[in-house]
Design a protein around this ligand. Sequence first.
Ligand code: PLP
Length: 431
Amino acid sequence: MSNRELFNEACRYIPGGVNSPVRAFKSVDGIPVFAKKGNGSHLIDEEEKEYIDYICSWGPLILGHGHPIIKKAIIEASEYGTSFGLPTHLEVEMAKLVVESYPGIDQVRMVNSGTEATMSALRVARGYTNRNKIIKFEGNYHGHSDGLLVKAGSGALTFNMPTSPGIPEEIISQTLVCTYNDLASVEQCIAEYPQDIAAIILEPIAANMGIVPANAEFLKGLRELCNQHQIVLIFDEVITGFRVSYHSCPEYLGIIPDMVCFGKIIGGGLPVGAYGGRKEIMEMVSPSGPVYQAGTLSGNPLAMRVGLAQLTYLKDHPEVYEHLENSARYLENGIQKILNKLNLPYQLHRQKSLLTLFFTSQPIQGYADVQTCDTKMYALFFKEMLSQGILIAPSQFEAWFLSDAHTQQDLDKTLDAVYSALVKCHDSLSD
Ligand code: PLP
């Protein structure tokens, strides 16, 4: 069946035809690419068209599709068993690896998604501080749990519904929303509720309104404010964890949070999440402490084997990070040269192997700035890229993800496509 036929059929049985909104390609006015097979940096769709893939499952596939160590781990899991509902040695190894990789973290609990990780971390922070309110930032996305779906990024921002109906006012009232990269907005909020704020949660590099890094003074200021007011600082590293470095954001940005949330890379492409923190905080979690959190498939041996295989590979092969950095820098420099040549004032942001080309001349610091992007132009650009065999995010407000499998040939083909796509979409607009 063609992508269009599959989508028509899907729309009959699945809301909007997809199991996660951004896959609908709605904001680029397109038809979803139905993936059939992945191979290294390439993806083949149901129409047998082949693409260089910069979605990479939205981050987990840092080694590309179908890496031999991942395949091996899946086969092993199928031989030993995929779920027992009992602890396994794999969970112990995974916890040890994660704890040893992340500065300041003593314990970690595995869950099944990033959404579950952030939701649970907040519950623990609330239990630990005995306070109810939390601070999040406009345009940061932390999954779809009720209290965090307020002024959110990612699909919520793409579809212009940053706050969802269906969430009771009482829940929203516990979420205070501040402005990313604006410390004064946080100080003001704390001054208003000095005894009530349990946690500040943020993406230390925002990746769900396009790539927007937190600046150094902002992060340092947050750390100081949290120390001063006994607020738990939570880094949501669902995207950045094990991507920006093997030691994640503390190593890259120099700030250590009290708690951290993971997902994506630590599962190697299987459903996973995790949250961790200092011992005295994590000991609040049941059965050590009174804060309840559980899961039938939490730490299941399939996800653990695959995640462990990927993390161990990353630990043993630091050259992966070097390759990612070189590839991403090459792409960044190439795109910037094209922008200069075509005299286009667009903003190009790169943080390690994450990249966004913002279709605006406005320098980007946060949510208000990304709103100035020309999303119609992005949609045209996306379609031109797709027609040339390059699959980038079907939304202006997401990142391009590089993997270790992307080759020099892929990068050069991508740059050729960027050049002709930009020329074409500007020509077609001026027609
Ligand atoms: N936090 C961040 C930073 C994310 O990017 C995402 C998803 O993309 C989540 C949390 C939610 O993770 P999941 O989709 O696994 O529930």
